[in-house]
Design a protein around this ligand. Structure first.
Ligand SMILES: NC(=O)C1=CN([C@@H]2O[C@H](COP(=O)(O)OP(=O)(O)OC[C@H]3O[C@@H](n4cnc5c(N)ncnc54)[C@H](O)[C@@H]3O)[C@@H](O)[C@H]2O)C=CC1
Ligand SMILES: O=C([O-])CC(=O)C(=O)O
Length: 269
């Protein structure tokens, strides 16, 4: 700063707005589309919102008109969309990250040159965990405990106390709870991989919010990160409201040319 340069003057500035198509008009898709419509993300504009009734022609037209696609639908939709969009050379922000639990190698779904970008979703702290993983993962351990209300997990039984309903790998969690373990998959892909992150799922009849606890141990440090998330009321108590906001962080980062979590100081005026 003393030499007259502000931090952002050395960052690349994208030449034009990023044109975004949102796939899925539920809790996340609706919130993301609304925020873009209301100009809450500078440098980004909305081309279309596709729903499950959209025709093939509407879908193709929307993809053609977009630079980037936000998938906020289902694992099944992500399974079809990822190879298709990446083959067109466009990036796709994927909320239904659980789709990667179906693949021995996540890269097989990505038929480039486009890329898949996974938002941190309902979690955070990936920066420090990925940094710690750089020191080596052989002696690292990571556990993700999710605590949600029983109906959000598909647990029909009337519980009177919290109950552990699952313990296994992130891959197994996503296959067992495809609608509520996407964040475990993203976390695993950012750190130790799908088969080495332990996931515990707890159904708590008293839960009014969703809790996620991450416990990391490795030679470089021990971290415990705890997230208590308000749920999006339109998601049946299932989806943490911050997930849509994390998608907006990815879009804002793309428009600015720097990753989420980086503090950018803009020039004055
Ligand atoms: N990465 C993360 O941290 C999180 C990921 N998720 C996942 O994100 C996805 C979206 O979540 P929500 O908005 O809460 O779900 P939602 O159920 O509220 O909305 C999904 C919408 O997608 C629509 N849809 C289904 N198939 C479609 C298709 N082929 N094309 C277009 N639309 C389609 C549905 O009709 C529905 O309106 C889900 O897979 C959910 O499990 C949810 C929370 C956190
Ligand atoms: O929204 C949340 O708290 C987490 C979730 O459903 C998921 O990871 O799929």
């Amino acid at each position: 700063m003393t030499n007259g340069l502000s931090l952002s003057s050395v960052l690349p500035t994208p030449a034009k707005d990023v044109a975004v198509c949102v796939v899925g008009a539920g809790a996340i898709g609706h919130a993301v589309a609304d925020a873009i419509r209301h100009d809450e993300v500078p440098g980004v504009h909305l081309t279309a919102v596709l729903c499950s009734r959209s025709t093939v022609a509407e879908t193709e037209h929307a993809l053609e008109a977009s630079d980037l696609v936000v998938e906020a639908a289902t694992v099944a939709a992500a399974r079809e969309l990822i190879p298709h969009v990446t083959r067109l050379g466009k990036d796709v922000v994927v909320c239904s990250a659980g789709v990667f639990a179906e693949c021995a190698d996540p890269e097989v779904l990505v038929d480039g040159p486009g890329r898949v970008l996974l938002p941190t979703g309902a979690l955070g702290g990936f920066d420090i965990l990925a940094a710690a993983a750089r020191a080596g993962t052989a002696d690292a351990r990571l556990r993700h405990t999710t605590i949600k209300r029983p109906t959000a997990l598909g647990v029909e039984e009337a519980l009177t106390a919290p109950r552990e309903v699952f313990r296994g790998s992130a891959r197994e969690a996503a296959l067992r709870f495809p609608k509520t373990s996407n964040s475990s998959v993203t976390l695993a892909l950012a750190t130790l991989g799908l088969d080495r992150v332990e996931v515990v799922v707890v159904a708590d009849p008293a839960a009014t919010e969703t809790r996620h606890v991450l416990e990391w141990t490795s030679p470089v440090g021990r971290y415990e990160l705890s997230f208590t998330n308000a749920v999006d009321p339109s998601s049946g108590g299932r989806t943490s409201a911050v997930t849509a906001l994390s998608v907006l962080e990815v879009l804002a980062a793309l428009a600015r040319g720097v990753g989420p979590g980086v503090v950018v100081v803009e020039p004055a005026g």
